[in-house]
Ligand binder design. Structure first.
Ligand SMILES: *Cc1c(COP(=O)(O)O)cnc(C)c1O
Length: 471
């Protein structure tokens, strides 16, 4: 399979290999990579997945995307190894909440949030492709919570990767900090910056913009715009739908959304032939997507803090991939639209594009009060505790549901124990700590703190990269 940029020029659509787009993430023209053409499967292909293990489903779904980046047998072993440490034998189990209403639990990985499902696979894959090419990279990122720990767990002890994750000192929870600072691997570094999350992100951008530094250290990112993460996320939609009767029966999904990565993966699964009758985008008060679907214009607002902080985002980066489709796969049109968006804060869309988008997704905005009410009601009715992100999706699912015969699956993106205060406020009880989190409080921390100063951070990175420079 070959990949093209969403901003490709008129002629330049020859395509790149999986290896290349894995390592670069963002295309040089500023666009996002998408497959030149998606595989499309008939009912029999989905039927044959019934009863297979999660790893086996993952192997079948992802293989065509890899091309010959990794030999087939080795890729299967890598997938087995990636999901073996997950604490539920089904990896991504479904739990029934009500008649026809299901919860897909994507929080059985090492950091108890859904990002593990992609990153646990992409970390080793990155390492493998780098070693094959005899290259090393220095991954630099900024985190306001879940992404940092998921990336650290995915990259720890990898030969070809050094990872530096910046977080705002004192502005993340103790659990989130400890998930990063207690990892004893010599190649990962969580660095507290005396500043805000935006300061951390600005430092990361400044390091990438410093060409000499970037080349000296072989800077790279494993952020949510990397196609490999989308690919790994398609798997659980396919596995859940097949378990609930697809392809003979339709299913519906409600997805708590920030960067549009997770819900876009569901859309790709649908394009591959999975019968998804309804796909709901659930946002918190940061509702740029919901406003777009309601009114047909996408315009930036200010980020507001909520009890579902991993969705406190205004720019949903992965939306560009969907827009590219709405623009008839035109690189020049997509480039013009997103340049305009960056300059003016408004994405130009036509009425026809808006209508096409509305035929594919429904979007709901759920505020903190409604989120807490849903958490409390579910606990009283079914004795089940859910985290606030999942509760945003459950609220949306209840609002958009029309066909009682179609199973509605709520995507559970974090374990309730990751957000104990919000659970306590909504339900009056504290979620039990899974063993993984309980141990965390006893482990020693490696704490590093630096001023909000580019030179200080660059010096720290230089001093701690193994073997000094990228080969
Ligand atoms: C990252 C995250 C989300 C949002 O996912 P996107 O792919 O950015 O839409 C939702 N819930 C939790 C718990 C997350 O960590």
């Amino acid at each position: 399979m070959r990949y093209i940029s969403t901003r490709h020029g008129r002629a330049a659509a020859t395509g790149r290999d999986f290896d290349e787009i894995l390592l670069t993430g963002l295309a040089p023209d500023g666009g996002l990579y998408v497959p030149q053409r998606l595989p499309r499967y008939r009912a029999a292909w989905f039927d044959a997945l019934r009863g297979l293990s999660y790893a086996e489903v993952a192997a079948r779904v992802t293989q065509p995307f890899l091309g010959n980046a990794v030999p087939v047998a080795e890729w299967r072993r890598m997938i087995e190894a990636a999901y073996r440490p997950f604490t539920h034998p089904a990896v991504a189990p479904l739990r029934q909440l009500d008649s026809g209403l299901w919860l897909l639990e994507l929080f059985h990985g090492p950091t108890l949030a859904f990002k593990d499902y992609a990153l646990q696979l992409v970390g080793p894959l990155f390492d493998r492709v780098l070693r094959k090419r005899r290259r090393r990279v220095t991954i630099i990122g900024a985190t306001s919570g879940d992404t940092g720990s998921a990336a650290i767990e995915a990259c720890r002890d990898r030969e070809a990767i050094d990872l530096f994750m910046l977080y705002p000192a004192g502005r993340i929870s103790e659990v989130q900090r400890r998930q990063m600072t207690t990892v004893p691997a010599p190649n990962v570094h969580a660095v507290a910056v005396e500043g805000t999350f935006d300061d951390c992100q600005d430092l990361v951008k400044a390091m990438f913009a410093d060409a000499a530094f970037r080349d000296e250290l072989g800077l790279s990112a494993v952020n949510s715009i990397n196609w490999a993460r989308i690919m790994a996320q398609i798997v659980y939609y396919v596995a859940a739908a097949v378990a609930l009767g697809a392809p003979a029966h339709d299913v519906a999904f409600a997805v708590p959304t920030g960067n549009f990565g997770n819900v876009y993966a569901a859309h790709v699964a649908r394009r591959m032939g999975l019968p998804i009758a309804r796909l709901a985008i659930a946002t918190n008060r940061n509702d740029i997507l919901t406003r777009f679907f309601a009114r047909g214009t996408m315009s930036l607002g200010a980020v507001e803090p909520t009890i579902s902080p991993s969705m406190d985002i205004q720019v949903s980066s992965n939306f560009e991939r969907f827009f590219f489709e709405l623009a008839g796969h035109s690189g020049p049109k997509t480039e013009a639209a997103f340049k305009h968006f960056r300059a003016s804060g408004t994405l130009p869309t036509t009425r026809r594009q808006w209508q096409a988008a509305r035929a594919l997704f429904q979007a709901e905005r759920v505020d903190d009060d409604a989120t807490r009410a849903t958490m409390g009601e579910l606990y009283r009715a079914a004795g089940v505790l859910i985290d606030p992100h999942t509760a945003v999706a459950l609220t949306a699912a209840r609002r958009v549901r029309r066909e009682p015969a179609t199973p509605m699956v709520v995507i559970g993106t974090a374990h309730p124990a990751k957000f104990p205060d919000a659970v306590m406020a909504a339900c009056g009880v504290r979620p039990a700590m899974p063993p993984r989190l309980a141990n965390l409080m006893a482990l020693p921390e490696r704490r590093v703190s630096l001023p909000n100063d580019l030179a200080a951070v660059q010096n720290f990175v230089r001093a701690h990269v193994r073997q000094g420079v990228a080969a």
